[in-house]
Design a protein around this ligand. Structure first.
Ligand code: NDP
Length: 252
């Protein structure tokens, strides 16, 4: 049987699809209340409907993590509805590969603003909650979804990899500030996972190359990542499973 997450209040970014949606569904099934953040309200409503159909509790909060005012408004809505949050999952992200020599500053900016600054905006909005929950003796978790791309260089994925290396570094640094205050920081670095992430690639050749990787080595599912988030966040509060690399078995 699984450890319960009853009594926990979670904020999950990127909850409209992929890993974030799967994580929201699983944390809710284990008893957590879940606030669902992403830009597409219609998709968040679908996730929320599934949560409530299974007897769980979900709050839809349409928000853009690249926009400070949007994050401020989202945090206010979460706090008004749920009060203090004790579990934060940063899963919002975009991956837009192209050769650096193409100079796609629009893509670079979107990735930096979503994957790095977006995560920081969420961390800023909810870290006081995590610290307060921990100091009151409750379990408090920050989970960042980074990538194996933080460690391994792939041609054409330089900027994406740099944003993920930054996020992994942030997780390690934050641990030095938050660990002594009993807030756990877990950094998850997945390999190839079957989600909508690759659907925004505008370079047909690179899109085809990614499809080829899925065909050659298979992939994880959003549910596989959700399973790890539910596992780490339900350990006893003095146990921090802090760094997880998870790849499909066939990924070299
Ligand atoms: P998806 O594209 O399915 O999910 C990404 C989510 O982020 C969507 O729900 C999207 O919703 C949300 N999002 C994107 N931009 C913003 C924004 N500006 N504000 C708020 N939400 C935003 O892909 P994954 O589930 O794969 O991605 C989850 C995380 O996993 C990402 O950080 C990704 O980098 C990482 N990852 C993915 C891997 C893979 O192979 N799939 C491997 C390693 C890491 P909306 O568009 O509605 O805003």
């Amino acid at each position: 049987s699984h450890e319960t997450l009853a009594g926990r209040t979670a904020v999950i970014t990127g909850a409209a699809s992929g890993m974030g949606a799967a994580t929201a569904l699983l944390l809710a099934a284990r008893g957590a209340r879940v606030a669902l953040l992403a830009r597409r309200a219609d998709r968040l409503e679908e996730v929320a409907a599934k949560v409530t159909a299974e007897g769980g509790e979900a709050l839809v909060v349409a928000a853009d993590v690249t926009d400070q005012a949007s994050v401020d408004a989202a945090a206010e809505r979460v706090h008004t509805a749920y009060g203090e949050v004790d579990l934060v999952v940063n899963a919002a992200g975009v991956m837009l590969p192209n050769p650096v020599a193409e100079g796609r500053t629009d893509e670079w900016q979107r990735m930096l603003d979503t994957n790095v600054s977006g995560a920081l905006r969420i961390i800023r909005a909810f870290t006081p909650d995590l610290v307060a929950a921990a100091s009151a003796g409750r379990t408090a978790d920050l989970v960042n979804i980074s990538s194996i791309g933080a460690h391994i260089a792939f041609p054409n994925y330089a900027v994406y990899g740099a944003t993920k290396a930054a996020l992994s570094y942030l997780s390690a640094s934050l641990r030095t500030e938050l660990g002594p205050r009993d807030v756990r920081v877990t950094n998850i670095e997945p390999g190839l996972t079957d989600t909508e992430l690759g659907s925004h690639i505008d370079n047909a050749e690179l899109s085809g190359e990614l499809d080829g990787m899925f065909d050659a080595m298979g992939s994880l599912s959003g549910d596989d990542i959700a399973d790890l988030v539910a596992y780490t966040t339900s350990r006893p509060r003095h146990v921090n499973l802090r760094q997880l690399i998870v790849l499909p078995t066939r990924q070299a």
